[in-house]
Design a protein around this ligand. Structure first.
Ligand code: B1M
Length: 213
């Protein structure tokens, strides 16, 4: 569909305002929200990612594309929200220490909110102690961790260890995700769940919440 491919190509050149306008047009034309996200925004971002890898574009271009992606996502957010849904519980989410990538984390947050969770967003570059302290103070049933760099994945284990150290490991579930993360890695570090995408993360969170003591 031309409109979706326009969203993708305008995102790739970082035209945040145009992306927002096109997303709004697509919504007005009743294009399914899932298609706008996957065939428009995520498609554009994956092309930027491939070009970044091949040194065809650099950090500034990626940053402006990411800003356009986040702007587009803002308009989709209300469509994932459910009104009048009873709270499914509280979770905290963040990108681990040393890591500034937040698009995937924001998507997971949006999907969790869509399922009725109350989400505390700690942002990016979050210290292990901050996750644990927040979970304790705000009574979060799940800590959600995102990492996009192979060099920052190890910070996920630090969160698991910090939760053990604080004596809350039995009371809180820990979910991990992000492009370099795998289920094997999840097992290795002793986290409770791994999912490959944001929609499955929200589904998994519902299951985990039900299994809490
Ligand atoms: Co960065 N970067 N980046 N970057 N960047 C990657 C990740 C990289 C793969 C690009 C590449 O070289 N091929 C590479 C990592 C290589 C590696 O570690 N193996 C890389 C690098 C090297 C870097 C820098 C080191 C570059 C530099 O400075 N030389 C630097 C690091 C900065 C830092 O974090 N300390 C850097 C910087 C940046 C920008 C700031 C420019 C920008 C981030 C802007 C922002 O996020 N606001 C950026 C971007 C945008 C990317 C790429 C192009 C796109 C990432 C993205 O947003 N994808 C990325 C290349 C790529 O992925 N192809 C790349 C879309 C997003 C929806 O996907 O986050 O994977 P993702 O989320 C998915 C799933 O993973 C899952 O759900 C989402 C889908 O539904 N998911 C979860 C995510 N979290 C989850 C949590 C869950 C469950 C599922 O449960 C809790």
């Amino acid at each position: 569909m031309q409109l979706l491919s326009d969203i993708s190509s305008q995102l790739q050149i970082g035209k945040a305002k145009v992306v927002q306008e096109l997303v709004q047009q697509a919504l007005d034309q009743q294009v399914p929200v899932k298609d706008i996200l996957e065939q428009g925004l995520l498609h554009g971002m994956s092309i930027v990612g491939a070009k970044f890898k091949n040194n065809e574009v650099f950090v500034p271009e990626v940053l402006i594309a990411a800003r356009a992606m986040n702007k587009g996502m803002e308009l989709l957010k209300p469509y994932y929200e459910q009104s009048g849904v009873e709270s499914k519980g509280r979770v905290c989410i963040g990108t681990v220490q040393g890591d500034l990538h937040d698009i995937g984390k924001n998507l997971v947050k949006m999907m969790l909110e869509g399922k009725g969770f109350e989400v505390i967003d700690l942002g990016t570059d979050v210290a292990p102690e901050t996750f644990v302290q927040t979970a304790m103070e705000k009574d979060c049933g799940i800590i959600c961790l995102s990492a996009l760099l192979t060099t920052t994945m190890s910070a996920m284990k630090q969160v698991v260890d910090a939760a053990k150290g604080a004596g809350i490991r039995e009371k809180v579930k820990i979910m991990v995700g992000g492009a370099p993360v795998t289920d094997e890695f999840r097992k290795e570090i002793g986290a409770d769940a791994y999912t490959a995408d944001a929609a499955s993360a929200a589904e998994k969170a519902l299951e985990l919440m039900e299994s809490l003591p």
